[in-house]
Design a protein around this ligand. Structure first.
Ligand SMILES: [Zn+2]
Length: 191
């Protein structure tokens, strides 16, 4: 049964990728009724003032991008994790987890869970040796057996992983199709 007290991300003002680009180049920005004023440049950080008077510091951070340059992220003011999005919920700004927000679309929630599971399993097999390990558009068959891993153990893990990836893509496909038709089913891989 659906919990009626649940809060859904779709209902709250969001700082997303587009806002991030603007914030890198501007000293001032808004999110709902909150005002963001730049307080530093290295790393870029903002003081978010949320009526009636709470102030939260929002730092931006970067990681090296695959093909050179950097990718920018928000830092959640509560758990300090790197996020592609932050949300404004009543009197607070934070990541989805810290604000205890859910996705309205259950299949999206499941996709998100599967993605994390797949990445964890891939890391357990290949560690950091494969640069494309987090690229879920590349199937597992593109990666070789790691040196020193017993063949049977590798095949066993690979079998489980392939099964999970198959399920993941089966669940992802209708969402991508809906997006293609322009329906309001927000999902961005890699978020
Ligand atoms: Zn957080």
């Amino acid at each position: 049964m659906r919990d009626v007290s649940r809060l859904y991300v779709e209902d709250f003002p969001t700082l997303d990728e587009q806002d991030l680009k603007i914030m890198l180049n501007q000293a001032w920005w808004v999110l709902g009724n909150a005002e963001l004023n730049r307080t530093g440049t290295n790393p870029p950080r903002f003081a978010a003032t949320i009526p009636p008077g709470l102030e939260v510091e929002i730092c931006l951070q970067s990681t090296p991008a695959h093909f050179g340059g950097v990718r920018w992220w928000y830092t959640c003011p509560y758990c300090s994790s790197r996020c592609g999005r932050l949300y404004l919920h009543e009197y607070d700004i934070g990541c989805r987890k810290c604000l205890n927000l859910h996705y309205r679309c259950q299949s999206i929630e499941r996709i998100e869970r599967d993605r994390n599971k797949i990445k964890k399993m891939r890391h357990a097999i290949w560690g950091e040796t494969e640069p494309e390990i987090n690229n879920l558009l590349m199937t597992t068959s593109a990666f070789k057996r790691p040196k020193g891993m017993h063949r049977n153990r590798f095949l066993n893990m690979l079998y489980k992983l392939e099964e999970l990836e198959g399920d993941h893509f089966a669940a992802l496909l209708p969402v991508l199709k809906a997006r293609h038709r322009g329906e309001r089913m927000k999902y961005k891989p890699g978020e």
